[in-house]
Ligand binder design. Structure first.
Ligand code: SF4
Ligand code: SF4
Length: 430
């Protein structure tokens, strides 16, 4: 029991951290209008009221009430105060880790601007402080910290993959000097990867290498630190998030790169571009941008020429929450697709109002919630089906994985591609 009491005291520190005023404001603001319910795919699909975003906020708020307010401390039965006991912890784990992708859609729809995603992240932080992070999710973080990438790919395996990809590139562009540069300091760009690429989707590395080749870009990869992901963002473990972000920061500085270009990864680009300067408490001496914006830049400046007749299939776009709603990259991918494909059709809704694929927030790593994850995916499957598209494009490897599972489960008969693959297919080399 003493052990749990110690954990509880650690968890409650979340209410007294530096950011406590923001958290407390948002915990006290909900007017229970109910508008956020219809924004959450967990509630929409199941109609289970526990999944309503405001209920998730209420759960954290009730614990705040119990330990941090006069009424809650001395007259808990008179308020909505709740003990932080093992039952409460189990409910929090199930709802905050197991029934939320941190998609942020509820926050955008809240009638008074409660930052629901932020509150849920702080709830996850409380659980992590107490040692209740789901092991499946934590193991992804551990792999990144221990090996340098979240899939524990050994350096020799990574180098082997890049060697044959380089040979393929030479064949593809018919140039024996075409290369995938490794560990070359002083280049304009240090390019990152999602470890799913070398492990499962090496063709997306080929695609970006072909785009760099066509743009005559000065770029390099690093074999020491190329992982764009930061799953500690999802566990809300700041120390571990700092460790991971610091490695990419140091590698970009050591490589003397002018730009750190973030591969197609929604949460990874958010974590490094928008969160890392706060984690590390400094501004960066290099530019940080996504490969989506870089491709748009190449096209608009005429550095690559595209022939959209090379992409004839009807394509639709899935917007990754962390890149679009939470990251502000909304138009570049649309501009790119309009230049790269003959038939592009939007989903309804799309852009900042798009539904999450269901794989965000660490859900793909937490296999214990697989059934629930695929149930909520009904919404995305229906969105895709209604477009009639044959290809779903998404600039996020996490979303690629979930969309492929959706295609399989709901028998959609679509291909799933990253934006760079679509662009590479349309490149007209001189
Ligand atoms: S962030 Fe997304 S998944 Fe989580 S409660 Fe809000 S709408 Fe639901
Ligand atoms: S929309 Fe905002 S104010 Fe209304 S119930 Fe949801 S969190 Fe509360």
């Amino acid at each position: 029991m003493k052990n749990f009491e110690d954990k509880k005291q650690k968890g409650l520190k979340v209410f007294s951290g530096q950011e406590d005023s923001k958290l407390i404001t948002h915990l006290n603001s909900c007017v229970h209008c109910g508008l956020c319910a219809e924004s959450c795919m967990y509630y929409l699909v199941t109609k289970d009221e526990r999944y309503i975003p405001a209920k998730k906020v209420d759960l954290i708020s009730s614990i705040y009430q119990r330990y941090c307010t006069f009424t809650g401390k001395y007259f808990p039965v008179l308020s909505k105060a709740r003990e932080l006991d093992e039952a409460a912890v189990a409910e929090m784990v199930d709802l905050l880790f197991g029934a939320c992708t941190l998609c942020g859609r509820c926050t955008k729809h809240c009638s008074i601007g409660v930052d629901i995603g932020y509150v849920i992240k702080k709830g996850r932080e409380m659980l992590t402080e107490m040692g209740y992070t789901p092991e499946t999710l934590q193991s992804t973080v551990n792999a990144a910290i221990q090996s340098g990438n979240n899939m524990s790919i050994p350096e020799s395996e990574f180098r082997d993959t890049l060697t044959w990809l380089e040979e393929d590139l030479r064949d593809e562009v018919n140039d024996p000097d075409a290369s995938i540069p490794l560990n070359v300091p002083g280049k304009d760009i240090l390019y990152t990867l999602n470890p799913r690429e070398p492990k499962f989707f090496p063709l997306s590395i080929s695609a970006m290498a072909k785009i760099f080749y066509a743009a005559k870009e000065s770029w390099t990869l690093s074999t020491q630190m190329y992982d764009v992901t930061n799953y500690a963002y999802f566990t809300s473990n700041k120390d571990e998030a700092v460790t991971i972000a610091e490695r990419l920061y140091n590698e970009t500085v050591d490589m003397k790169a002018k730009r750190c270009v973030l591969a197609e990864c929604g949460h990874g680009s958010r974590a490094f571009r928008w969160e890392a300067p706060n984690y590390l408490n400094k501004s960066f001496p290099f530019e940080t941008m996504t490969s989506v914006e870089l491709m748009a830049e190449y096209i608009s400046k005429g550095r690559i020429k595209l022939d959209k007749s090379l992409n004839k299939e009807v394509m639709t776009l899935h917007d990754p929450c962390n890149l679009v709603r939470e990251g502000g990259v909304i138009e570049p991918q649309r501009y790119v697709l309009k230049q790269a494909v003959e038939n592009f059709i939007e989903m309804t809704p799309h852009g900042i109002d798009n539904y999450c694929c269901g794989g965000g927030g660490g859900q793909l790593a937490m296999s214990e919630y697989n059934e629930r994850r695929m149930k909520t995916a009904e919404i995305k499957a229906e969105q895709i089906r209604k477009t009639g598209a044959k290809v779903v494009v998404t600039p996020c490897h996490n979303c690629v994985d979930q969309l492929m599972q959706i295609d399989n489960k709901f028998k959609l008969g679509v291909k799933v591609k990253t934006l760079s693959e679509v662009v590479a297919d349309a490149i007209a080399l001189e």
